[in-house]
Design a binder for this molecule. Structure first.
Ligand code: FES
Ligand code: MG
Length: 592
């Protein structure tokens, strides 16, 4: 095994052999040995395989990785590598205040420094909760060492009194039921806890399952990795195989730059439609692409718009991830899309084979969950990109437009897909919660709920707040959703067809900053336009008025984040960071 010659000399040799600097090799070696690793292991020329551990007690969605990495280590050792585990800055979507969006770029920065500054030749990226996947893949591109994604897998399907209850989605639906007076707080809690029956990340097609699915679609994990439920025995087996494979990738020098191409990102946009994936995939995919040196334009997003929805999972559909796994999972979907000519199957993947080769044997085992391309769950089910005088870019996930919503707002005879409504403007979510039931606002079915101050700079971080629920009196009349619009995000588990991620955001002078309650907004889904019907003179007059309030930064990172982060339409990246690519090509200088 150790007689194999790596395609590129292992960078760890620069530490543990330290040519010409035996004194430095001694310094680098000695302390690693204090936990029992031998000099031979470090000096014999084996690749050092980093394992970026994303799980911990405060990152419960990824906590399964405390177990999966044991099997990954065994795989690494069996294939002749040396495992070295280290922590990734924890990210827990549901709990992190004021938003976990602050953590994606922070975890990215930290991981870049570790991969760049330590003797690591290749890395397993343990992923799960929403932003753990993009932050890890962003860093892998910046450093550009061989990297492979190991998902922790979703939780088992949640059941409550004979009904499937999915992560997040159950929260949004139960909120409406509580507002309608159908359930009390105790029942709300029971429904929520029943949705989380085991270790793992969200079991809906929320952002976590979406991003793990897209990592697989990008060719960055072994086939089938995304959807194996965390507690299944296949998860441990996948971890073992991932550990074995990354050692070979180290020898082959199979780096992200050889896998992540424009074609693979366009594939991911299309796969996103077919699975009914999260609206958060828009900034995350753009961020991952930009760190890989690839620009994704609004037109590129529209290449995914015409594709069909195939996967019947909540929030766009009915089922949850455990059943999707048994139905054939992502490989079956990819195979269908490749064979229909909708995906480019020739792209490279971590297996060393093409995407099409990886899934050549995949089959659909449950047609209730994975629908055929010629009779899909929904036609033209992708993200619609909108623009107008309120923003340059926002998106709408069309696969979650319900029949009720379509009938009320988008089916006027002679003007299908066109809606005009009165804006009700909220400055952040506290303002929304304080005022949504205020009778003075006179909110009716012809209103559009607008939230601003919820983008990367305004919040800061960008918060999942755009899926605002109507006032209680409308819900009690059976009006379960109003059109919503905002410069923040919303949970990938939400079934609200919001217009969101509006860029530029209000806090940097985007159009939402001059919008006023009472203005009329016109949305035309046929042309992808969204405009406030306010004349230019009035807009200019309002722009001279004081900007809407945003909160002060509470931490140093919030201040730095605000200074360096771009808009969601451009991925919400640390703008200065995207120029760094392939940092591993230059080994940092010695530290003494
Ligand atoms: Fe972590 Fe959904 S909250 S995966
Ligand atoms: Mg989320």
């Amino acid at each position: 095994m150790t007689t194999r010659t790596p395609a590129r000399p292992f960078r760890s040799r620069e530490w543990f052999a330290a040519p010409g600097r035996a004194d430095m090799a001694a310094l680098y070696l000695e302390r690693f040995m204090n936990y029992g690793i031998t000099r031979d292991e470090l000096m014999s020329g084996k690749p050092i395989i980093g394992i970026a551990q994303s799980g911990s007690d405060i990152a419960p969605c990824n906590r399964i990785h405390l177990e999966t990495v044991k099997r990954a280590r065994e795989g690494i050792l069996a294939a002749g590598g040396v495992p070295m585990e280290f922590p990734l800055h924890p990210i827990f979507e549901n709990c992190r205040r004021p938003t976990a969006a602050l953590d994606r770029n922070l975890a990215y920065l930290g991981l870049v420094e570790i991969l760049n500054g330590y003797p690591i030749d290749a890395v397993i990226l343990t992923t799960g909760c929403d932003k753990t996947t993009p932050s890890s893949l962003m860093a892998a591109s910046t450093v550009d060492i061989p990297a492979i994604v190991l998902s922790g897998g979703p939780m088992l399907d949640g059941w409550h009194e004979g009904e499937l209850v999915g992560s997040g989605t159950v929260i949004w639906r139960s909120r409406r039921k509580m507002a309608a007076g159908e359930i009390d707080e105790a029942e709300f809690l029971r429904r929520a806890t029943d949705s989380a029956p085991s270790a793992g990340h969200c079991n809906t097609m929320g952002t976590a399952s979406t991003m793990n699915s897209l990592a697989e679609g990008l060719g960055m994990s072994l086939p089938g990795c995304a959807m194996i439920p965390a507690p299944y025995r296949e998860r441990g087996q996948m971890a073992y195989e991932t550990g074995k494979r990354i050692v070979d990738m180290a020898y082959e020098d199979l780096r992200p730059s050889k896998i992540l191409t424009r074609a693979s990102f366009l594939n991911a946009i299309k796969l996103l439609t077919a699975i009914g994936g999260s609206t958060n995939a828009q900034p995350h995919l753009i961020a991952m692409a930009r760190h890989a040196g690839i620009e994704i334009t609004p037109d590129d997003w529209m290449t995914g718009y015409d594709l069909p929805l195939l996967v019947n999972m909540q929030p766009a559909g009915q089922f949850l991830s455990e059943r999707f796994h048994r139905a054939g999972s992502i490989p079956a979907v990819i195979r269908m899309l490749v064979e229909a000519g909708m995906l480019d199957g020739s792209v490279a993947t971590v297996t060393g084979r093409t995407l099409a080769e990886n899934v050549a044997q995949a089959v659909v085992k449950d047609p209730e969950v994975i629908w055929p391309i010629d009779a899909p769950l929904k036609e033209k089910a992708g993200f619609l990109v909108l623009k107008g005088n309120l923003f340059d870019m926002a998106i709408m996930k069309t696969s979650v437009i319900s029949d009720e919503f379509r009938a009320r707002y988008l089916s006027r005879p002679g003007a299908e897909g066109v809606f005009e409504g009165r804006a009700i403007v909220f400055d952040g979510s506290d303002d929304y919660h304080h005022r949504i039931n205020d009778p003075a606002l006179e909110i009716d079915a012809n209103c559009i709920l607008v939230i601003r101050g919820s983008g990367p700079i305004g919040w800061p971080g960008s918060a999942e707040v755009v899926n605002m629920q109507p006032p209680d009196h409308l819900i009690q009349q059976g009006i379960m959703s109003l059109p919503t619009l905002g410069d923040g995000r919303q949970s990938g588990t939400s079934d609200s067809p919001s217009i969101l991620n509006a860029s530029p955001e209000s806090a940097v002078g985007g159009g939402l900053s001059w919008l006023r309650t009472g203005d009329m907004i016109r949305i035309d889904l046929n042309t992808g336009s969204c405009d406030a019907l306010v004349d230019e003179g009035e807009i200019a007059r309002r722009k001279a008025e004081p900007a809407p309030p945003i909160p002060e930064s509470q931490t140093p990172w919030e201040e730095l984040f605000r200074e360096k982060t771009g808009q969601l339409g451009q991925g919400g990246t640390l703008e200065f960071a995207v120029k760094y690519r392939g940092t591993s090509n230059t080994v940092p200088r010695h530290n003494h």
